[in-house]
Design a protein around this ligand. Sequence first.
Ligand code: HSE
Length: 427
Amino acid sequence: MTVKIGLVGTGTVGGGVIDIIHNHKEDFKNRLGIDIELVRVCSLNKAEAEAHGAGDIFTPDFNEIINDPDIDIVIELIGGTGVAHAIVTNALRAGKNVVTANKALMATAGEEIFGLAKEANVEIAFEASVGGGIPIIDPLKHSLISNEISSVLGIVNGTTNYMLTRMDEDGMPYDEVLAEAQAKGFAEANPSADVDGFDAAAKIAILASIAFNSRVVMDDVHTEGISNIQPIDLKTGHEMGYAVKLLAIAHRMPEGIDVRVHPTMIPEQHQMAKVNGVYNAIYVTGDAVGETMFFGEGAGAGPAASAVMGDVLEVSRHIALGIPPIVGCTCSEKLPIAPFENLQTRYYIRLLVPDRVGVLARAADVFARHDASLRSVSQEGTKDHDAVNLIFVTHEACEANIRAALAELAAMGDMLLADPTVIRVED
Ligand code: HSE
C-alpha cells in the first residue's frame, strides 16, 4: 500500500518532515507495511525544498497539491490564519486528510475545520500544534479519555521560558534577555506572539477544548505576557518559595472553564517549577489518572516534525486499513467560560513609585479600600535614588478588586513610574 503525501511549507518544520520521510521510508514500510511517498512539496522558496533534496517535486502553487487526485494527505506547515486557512479548508473540501501544526488556525477556526472534515469524511490531525514534539493531544483524546480532566497547566512557550530562566539564573534584565533570545533564533524579530502570550493562548485554547470536551477559542483566553517581568520579580519569588513561569492555565470550575495565560508564581517544589530553558511541559489532572506530566522540546525541526509524522503515519494506517476517521471533533459539551474578573487568587504586585514620604501609605490604603488584604509589603531601592520598587503580596483577593485598585493608583498620576507588574500566585 502506498500513501501519497503533499507538503505545503518548507521552513524549519517542513524541512524536518522531508528529512524524516527520506531517512525513515524503509522503516515505515517495515513497521506499518505502508510506503509513505512524498509526491509534491510547495512553498514560496524553491531553494528550501532543494536544500532537503525535494527540488524535483517542488511547486510554487498549493492548488497543484489540493487538486491532485492521487494525494491522500496534505501537510500544512506555513502557519498563520490567512493562506493557511485557505489551504486547510480547501484541502478538506477536496477530500484530503489534513495534518497541520497550525495552533492559531485550530484555536480560531477549529469548529469550521472539524465540520469540513466531517462532511468530507476525512481526518484532521494537529498534534504538532501544541508542545512541539511532546505527545499531548493524542494522549488526551485516547489514553486519558476515561477521565474527567479537572485542570491542564502548561509551560507551552519555549521562548518565554528561556527568557525567564535567563533572568532567573543570570539576573539579566528583560531587554538584554530578549535580544539574546532573538540572536539565538528563539524569538522572532517581532517577538509579540511569544512575549505577549498569544502563542501560549492558542495552545491552551486547543488543550482546554480537548480536555473539557467544549470549544474554547483564542479570544476566550485572558492573556498577559512577560514584558513587565524583571529579575527582581524572580529573586523575590524565590525568597517567597516560588518560581515565576508564563503558565497557560485551564481549570474546569463549577461556573465554567477558567482559562488564562499570565506570569504565575508556582511553588518551587512543584515539578513544573523545574522546567527550564526552551523546554515545555504540560501537567494534566484527571479524576482517574491523578496527576500526570508531559515534558519535552516544544519547538524546532526534529521535535515538531516528529509530531507531524506521528499524525501522518496514524492517518496512513487508517487509510491502509480502510478505517473511516475515528476521532473527529470532541467538543460534545457547551461549557461557559468563567469570567476572568471573578478569579480569586493571591497576587504579587510590584509598583515602581517615587521615593517620597507617604507613598507607601497611600498605596496600601488603595488596596485596603478595594478589599485586598495585604500579606506582606516590602520595598527595594533602585539605581535611580528617586524611585523604589514597592512589592505587595496579597491574601486571596478578587481579580476585579485588584484591577480597580491598580486603575485608581494609575489615575493618581503621581504614583506609578511604570506599568505595574502583576504575578498571580497559583498554589
Ligand atoms: N514560538 C514557540 C515557542 C514555538 O517559543 O515555544 C512554536 O510554537
